[in-house]
Design a protein around this ligand. Structure first.
Ligand code: MN
Length: 231
């Protein structure tokens, strides 16, 4: 059971996070999901997730991704998540595992740049291409410590390869809004009855420098939330 660790950590009577189906299917030819969830829990981090063999392989990246190939970002591997988790944006009740606010910061699909993903994960060197709203182009995850698989913690580095999508712009500061709803963390906490003050601490202090549009209107937010919930 690939999702055993995921389910063990959570009380689905309390949290709105998805439990995930019981059928975990190996990846076939269809497009594979990529998602980054910005998560203001006890500490702000970015959860980097790649769909593989019916689950989302997951790494917590404290500083978030960098488009600069010279910058290596620490990525701690965490437990596999259900594929449905990629649609989750909302508040996890305080006191629960990961209590805080979750934003779908980026989403899209990914393709492998290696012949064998399982072998690449075991070796600790996974090269891939992202087709996200914010992150695009070639990237690599390199393991530096510990061994992957089985929910064990291991340290990796997330690094951008040199290509036309490489840049020195700070994408986490310039594009702080949800790729799903256009909301900031504070907006999500307010809409979902989370801790607004704590969530706001994860939004950039100077929003004037931030791009990515305005907060959507209240009716637009309602229909977006309805759409997310009905999935
Ligand atoms: Mn997290």
């Amino acid at each position: 059971m690939k999702l055993k660790d995921y389910r063990k950590k959570r009380d689905f009577e309390i949290t709105a996070e998805p439990q995930g189906g019981c059928e975990v299917q190996p990846s076939s030819g269809k497009p594979l999901a990529y998602v980054i969830q910005k998560h203001q829990a006890s500490h702000l981090h970015y959860d980097f997730r790649l769909e593989w063999d019916g689950v989302l392989l997951s790494w917590a990246v404290p500083k978030g991704p960098s488009l600069d190939p010279a910058v290596k970002r620490l990525a701690m591997q965490v437990e596999d998540h259900p594929v449905e988790y990629g649609d989750f944006e909302g508040a996890i009740p305080e006191g629960e595992y990961g209590g805080g606010t979750v934003m779908v910061w980026d989403r899209g699909t990914w393709t492998r740049e290696v012949a064998d993903v399982k072998a690449a994960l075991e070796k600790g060197d996974l090269k891939f291409t992202l087709y996200g709203a914010k992150l695009k182009g070639s990237w690599v995850l390199v393991r530096t410590r510990g061994f992957g698989g089985g929910g064990q913690r291991s340290s990796w580095l997330l690094i951008k390869h040199r290509d036309r999508f490489a840049s020195i712009k700070d994408i986490t500061l310039e594009e702080p809004r949800s790729a799903l709803t256009g909301r900031l963390l504070a907006d999500i906490a307010r809409d979902e009855e989370g801790n607004v003050e704590k969530a706001a601490a994860g939004d950039p202090p100077d929003l004037k420098k931030a791009k990515g549009g305005m907060r959507p209107s209240r009716p637009a937010r309602r229909s977006l939330q309805k759409r997310i919930r009905s999935k």
